[in-house]
Design a protein around this ligand. Structure first.
Ligand SMILES: *[C@@H]1O[C@H](CO)[C@@H](O)[C@H](O)[C@H]1NC(C)=O
Length: 200
């Protein structure tokens, strides 16, 4: 009886974890308007990025570099178009690159998202301290907890607010021209008021 209850709880936990990740990716496509990757493709990319975040939550350089590799290597049949897009953006930004622009913007974005970033890191670190599982099971449980925070806090309005502040304060007209040209290849940018910003 106890044993079968444990098995049932185990399956419920597995099930809720799986739907939480699915829910985040569904939110990314429906609410945030991501179009370049579908929900299943985003799940693969997210799974690839998780480990680096779990291991070095405070090293943005390591997380960004892992994320870039995950995006380029796990875009499935879109790998070629992801690379082409990356190269087109670099040509547009020249002599800057997408990497250099992203590393310039990461500090202001993180400053604006500070409360959420801290909540994510606290959630992860509390789970690392208290979760009694080990290895991959513990990592998975703790990552799923952080997906729960993403799911409730990351809304279109939230992303739009950060976008508007960063574009107004930290983005050069030439960079914004490239953004307006290529961001719509990745998401439905018209959903965001940010897309209406004019800079010259
Ligand atoms: C962060 O990660 C980068 C890339 O993996 C590494 O070179 C660097 O030493 C790390 N920084 C810290 C403070 O651990």
């Amino acid at each position: 009886m106890v044993r079968s209850s444990i098995v049932i709880v185990f399956f419920l936990v597995q099930f809720s974890d799986a739907t939480k990740l699915d829910d985040v990716m569904k939110m990314a496509t429906t609410e945030l308007g991501i179009t370049f990757w579908n929900q299943a493709e985003l799940t693969v990319i997210a799974n690839c990025c998780e480990s680096q975040f779990y291991v070095t939550p405070n090293n943005n350089t390591a997380i960004l570099s892992a994320a870039k590799n995950c995006i380029l290597k796990n875009s499935g049949n879109k790998a070629v178009s992801a690379l082409a897009l990356y190269s087109n953006v670099n040509n547009c930004l020249n002599p800057e690159t997408l990497d250099s622009v992203v590393s310039d913007l990461i500090a202001p974005v993180l400053a604006l998202a500070d409360a959420l970033v801290r909540k994510l890191k606290t959630t992860l670190s509390n789970c690392k301290d208290t979760n009694t599982q080990t290895g991959a099971a513990k990592q998975e449980a703790c990552i799923q907890k952080t997906y729960g925070v993403v799911l409730t806090d990351l809304t279109l309005a939230y992303v739009d607010g950060i976008c508007k502040k960063v574009v107004n304060e930290n983005v050069e007209p030439k960079e914004w021209g490239c953004g307006l040209k290529y961001i719509p290849s990745v998401l439905t940018f018209s959903k965001y008021e940010c897309s209406k910003i004019v800079k010259n």
